[in-house]
Design a binder for this molecule. Structure first.
Ligand code: KG4
Ligand code: ZN
Length: 344
């Protein structure tokens, strides 16, 4: 059994094939960074048009690398949402066409669930229940993962996502796009204690995040200190801002651990590529006495291997309708209700 996964939720066009043992036979990711870089952010219309141009080539390349043909694919898994609707529809329509033509199962995948699944690509042995910190350009959430396919959203951002905050500050300083990896690189040269940021917290006791306050504080510091691309204190500022984002993430996770008493911790999503965050998360987990799981960097940012893997899990669960063409795209988190302390 081979599952072909397709991911087009934002600005990466990706296809991947996994066999029934969850072995990745190929995983092709085509980034659109160059297309969006002049605008300093993803332009939705350009993203969907580029998916339309690239997807068939990406799928063909994926099949070639796996030495397979479409006739060898037993099921299709495709990201349904959340994401940019135009982009999602390109992948969804493509996958529907293939599933219809070959009369094979079509499995709709939630992008955030797929990010959590990325932690299982390199190890299937993550102890449950787990808490998963999903940190990407569009989302910053904590999920309680009771077991496979059984998730509860326990906290999410009320405004900007962590990656979005990093990208926006980099854009403001004219450092380039996407800003997250650039800040990662430049912050390594700085001292994270030079600039002070407060720790955002919710007054209602929820585990939600807020990064817009941190972003505003950063913009204020940039103006007050006249910071720019070539300023001597730039690296210190970026290191301090990066650390403030990490502290905000780990502080909520610490609260969630007290409430949910997990047996392991997962870090995933594009921002999980960040070296400082990976290091701090590992240290944090060690202090909490919990095993931690972080996918290799290539599986943190958007990729179809995590989509195919979750498709395979769903297929093996036997709960999926075998052939369902009524799947539609959804832009925002649709499948999870936010957790509130009172209703635990
Ligand atoms: O998961 P992802 O590929 O797409 C979304 O689902 O949003 O995450 C993209 C985000 C962007 O905000 C990007 O700046 C950030 O991940 N990112 C990083 C790094 N690599 C990617 N942020 C910090 N450090 C990195 N090395
Ligand atoms: Zn993502």
């Amino acid at each position: 059994m081979n599952v072909l996964g397709i991911e087009t939720s934002c600005d990466e066009t990706s296809a991947s094939v996994l066999n029934s043992d969850f072995k990745i036979l190929s995983n092709v990711v085509l980034s659109q960074d160059e297309i969006h870089a002049p605008y300093g952010g993803v332009v939705p219309e350009l993203a969907s048009r580029q998916h339309l141009t690239s997807l068939s080539y990406v799928v063909q390349e994926c099949l070639d690398r796996a030495q397979l043909k479409l006739e060898n694919i037993s099921a299709y898994a495709v990201t349904q949402g959340p994401g940019l609707v135009g982009s999602l529809l390109v992948g969804l329509s493509f996958a529907k066409g293939l599933a219809f033509y070959f009369s094979k199962p079509l499995i709709g995948i939630d992008h955030l669930e797929a990010h959590i699944e990325s932690a299982f690509l390199e190890t299937r042995k993550i102890p449950f229940p787990a808490l998963a910190l999903v940190v990407s350009g569009g989302h910053t959430s904590i999920f309680f993962v009771k077991k496979k396919l059984d998730y509860k959203l326990v906290g999410r951002t009320r405004d900007d996502a962590a990656g979005e905050a990093l990208d926006k500050i980099a854009k403001f300083l004219d450092l380039g796009y996407p800003g997250g990896p650039i800040i990662d690189r430049l912050a390594e040269k700085g001292n994270s204690q030079k600039f002070t940021f407060g720790l955002p917290h919710m007054t209602d006791g929820s585990l939600d995040f807020s990064f817009s306050g941190l972003k505003t504080a950063a913009l204020k510091l940039i103006k007050e200190n006249k910071l720019s691309k070539r300023h001597a204190n730039l690296f210190d500022f970026l290191a301090s801002f990066e650390m403030a984002v990490i502290r905000a993430l780990l502080s909520n996770l610490a609260q969630a651990i007290k409430l949910f008493k997990p047996k392991s911790l997962i870090l995933c999503g594009g921002v999980a590529r960040n070296k400082k965050l990976r290091h701090q998360f590992t240290e944090f987990s060690r202090k909490e006495n919990l095993p931690s799981f972080i996918p290799s960097p290539e599986f943190c940012t958007d990729n179809a291997a995590m989509v195919a893997s979750l498709g395979l899990v769903k297929l093996k669960s036997g709960k999926e309708p075998p052939f369902y063409l009524g799947l539609n795209a959804y832009p925002r988190i649709a499948s999870f209700q936010p957790f509130s302390k009172q209703k635990k």
